[in-house]
Write a new protein. Structure first.
Length: 445
């Protein structure tokens, strides 16, 4: 792919005041969907440089971006997806990175002109919100727009890797570092992210926790129909009802996902003395390799469901007794949070942000590393203790409802963005984004 090839288009998405711009229309308040934007708490410019929430390919990033927009709207704000420019460069190609930086500069200047010099000054945002910032996908828009218009700059799920300041992604990491230095509020989904950001962010930046979350309603509905969905799967896949069912949900692609499937295959081989069946939801370019790995590890026990829509995925989680996934090098794992929302206990590994999603000994069991033997020991314990497995599943559903729901995230965002709402748009736009002089601090929800 050449430097200019594959640079995504920049296009404004519908405002939240238009009901068509909402990913979940039922979460929009009357104030938003009636189009009376000035009655909303604040106008928020939303941007996801790695993958826009409108991207046609499903992924965890797209899902989290959509959830964040839903949560901001549920908090009473008007949210506009201001660009679909994808800044991702996976190859470490300086020419492509330069082309993306120029595309970002052009998009930023167009937004500045639109909100400062054009005919839309009255609709310019009160806050800029960027989701997922790292060296392969820096934010070439937000810092420039915020500097020009005096907007608060908020970043959710940023990562800093100082070793990348040299090498093929040096340009991207330098941009990330500059963005972190400019940020007024950094939102961290896991405790694992905090230390790195504390080193990179200025003393005046606020570092706050916003744990992973989702809308539990579809999973609750699926859990209430557990008997029905199990019966359907049993009939469709000839599954024995007197054995535990495990479930896996992950894309099948080279890299970390394929590495996780490799560890999973080794784990299954260590569990062949026990009765169980495995449901695998997912698809991708590495599907043939994944099927070979798992089928060789457990002949006759693995059932490939392919890519499932949201309803099918909720049903698969609800039908299973246990979700198992090694989560090699994953930030935290949304699929494991989904499984818990459906009342299914989880077995995974205590690496990176996974302990922020799965509570060891409460909603599941976590191995101390991503090696197969400790993961198999955790799975063995729950496969041989149905009462404990069911109790952890019930605790998991309660935990999601009480601590990791969309409503909880909306309340948290309303609180964290509140200082700018209270100062009013004029104070925010005229000042340098309302930073205090206090030391950088981390606040837990």
């Amino acid at each position: 792919m050449g430097a200019e090839e594959g640079v995504s288009r920049q296009r404004a998405a519908p405002m939240a005041g238009d009901a068509r711009g909402c990913f979940r229309r039922r979460h929009c308040t009357g104030r938003q969907c009636a189009g009376r934007l000035l009655q909303c708490r604040m106008r928020i410019a939303f941007y996801a440089p790695l993958k826009a929430p409108t991207h046609p390919t499903a992924s965890g990033d797209r899902r989290v971006a959509r959830l964040l927009m839903d949560a901001l709207r549920l908090a009473g704000h008007s949210v506009e997806l201001v660009s679909e420019l994808r800044s991702f460069d996976g190859a470490g190609d300086p020419a492509r990175q330069q082309a993306l930086r120029q595309a970002g500069h052009d998009a930023a200047q167009a937004l500045i002109a639109r909100w400062r010099d054009g005919g839309e000054r009255e609709t310019r945002p009160d806050v800029w919100f960027t989701y997922h910032l790292y060296y392969k996908a820096p934010d070439w828009l937000g810092p420039a727009v915020c500097a020009a218009l005096g907007l608060p700059y908020v970043v959710a799920e940023a990562s800093h890797a100082s070793k990348r300041l040299s090498g093929p992604w040096a340009m991207g990491e330098a941009a990330v570092l500059e963005a972190l230095q400019q940020a007024d509020l950094l939102l961290c989904p896991t405790a694992h992210d905090v230390d790195g950001l504390r080193q990179a962010a200025p003393a005046s930046a606020r570092i706050e926790r916003l744990p992973p979350f989702l809308d539990p309603a579809p999973y609750r509905r699926a859990a209430r129909k557990r008997g029905l969905v199990r019966a359907r799967l049993r009939a469709a896949r000839a599954l024995p009802d007197d054995q535990p069912w495990m479930v896996v949900a992950a894309m099948m692609r080279p890299g970390d996902k394929l590495a996780s499937y490799g560890v999973l295959a080794q784990t299954l081989a260590l569990l062949r003395d026990l009765p169980w069946q495995l449901l695998v939801a997912g698809d991708g370019t590495a599907r043939a390799q994944v099927e070979a790995l798992l089928t060789d590890a457990a002949p006759g026990r693995v059932h490939f469901l392919g890519a499932c829509d949201a309803r099918g995925m909720a049903a698969a989680y609800a039908a299973a007794d246990l979700c198992i996934w090694p989560a090699v090098n994953e930030a935290y794992g949304m699929a494991m949070l989904e499984a818990q929302a459906a009342g299914t206990a989880v077995v995974s590994c205590a690496t990176r942000g996974v302990p922020d999603v799965v509570l060891h000994g409460v909603t599941g069991l976590l191995a101390e590393s991503t090696a197969a033997p400790p993961l198999a020991l955790c799975a063995r314990r729950l496969l041989t203790d149905a009462a404990l497995c069911a109790a952890m599943g019930r605790a998991a559903a309660r935990c999601v409802d009480e601590q990791r729901s969309l409503a909880q995230a909306a309340a948290r965002l309303r609180l964290l963005l509140g200082p700018w709402e209270r100062t009013g748009a004029g104070a925010v736009h005229d000042g340098a984004s309302n930073r205090g002089d206090a030391d950088a601090r981390v606040t837990h929800p």
